[in-house]
Design a protein around this ligand. Structure first.
Ligand code: ADP
Length: 198
């Protein structure tokens, strides 16, 4: 099972990815988490990404594409993976298609979590408040506003991109966490049965 979770910051991608990971024994690949680890460890990628991430801008496509391509080849991804926060640009989506093709892999579904923008600020504020003083430097009101702009400009076009491939499924991300995951589960079951009959 290989899928993409698509949606603005605070949509609940990470929460849903973790549930899917437990349920299906597939790996969550969060480029945000991977980049934050690189920043913490002060790797060359981390040093390059740090200020870009604090601003809420996107790290260059070639950097994240290389990280993902390396990661999907690890043994823990052999059962599948959930891409959370990647792709974030059309160029990344094209690079992903190319790498999956080269590795003989296919996507089962692209799940868009649709949420009201007004709710996002509240969710991100809550995440910062619950972090026990270890809030992400980009979880401030200003950075969130900017991240939303970046999302609208660079990532939202992916919704149309994946609609054209017929793989896009949209879920109402304003529901309770469990209702969202039940709906994602239904989508995955459907994708699996379509696959079995095709
Ligand atoms: P969000 O809560 O906005 O979904 P993430 O944890 O996914 O946050 O990402 C945090 C930051 O990491 C982004 O604002 C961006 O700077 C960087 N980042 C994560 N994934 C990507 C990507 N696929 N392409 C470019 N930059 C990325």
């Amino acid at each position: 099972m290989r899928l993409i979770l698509l949606g603005p910051p605070g949509a609940g991608k990470g929460t849903q990815a973790k549930k899917l990971m437990d349920r299906h024994a597939i790996q969550q690949l969060s480029t945000g988490d991977m980049l934050r680890a690189a920043v913490r460890d002060e790797t060359p990628v981390g040093l390059r990404a740090k200020d870009i991430m604090i601003r809420g801008d996107l790290v260059p496509d070639d950097v994240v594409v290389a990280i993902v391509e390396d990661r999907i080849q690890h043994d823990d991804c052999s059962n599948g993976f959930i891409l959370d926060g990647f792709p974030r640009t059309v160029a990344q989506a094209e690079a992903l298609e190319d790498m999956l093709h080269r590795h003989g892999l296919d996507l089962d579904a692209v799940v868009e979590l649709r949420v009201d923008e007004a709710a996002l600020a509240e969710r991100v504020e809550k995440r910062a408040a619950e972090s026990g003083g270890a809030a992400r430097p980009d979880d401030t009101a200003d950075a969130l506003r900017y991240r939303l702009k970046v999302y609208r400009d660079q990532t939202a076009p992916l919704i149309d991109h994946y609609r054209k491939t017929g793989k896009l499924r949209t879920v109402d991300g304003m529901q309770e966490i469990d209702a969202v995951s039940d709906e994602i589960q239904r989508i995955l079951d459907e994708a699996r049965s379509e696959r079995a009959t095709s």
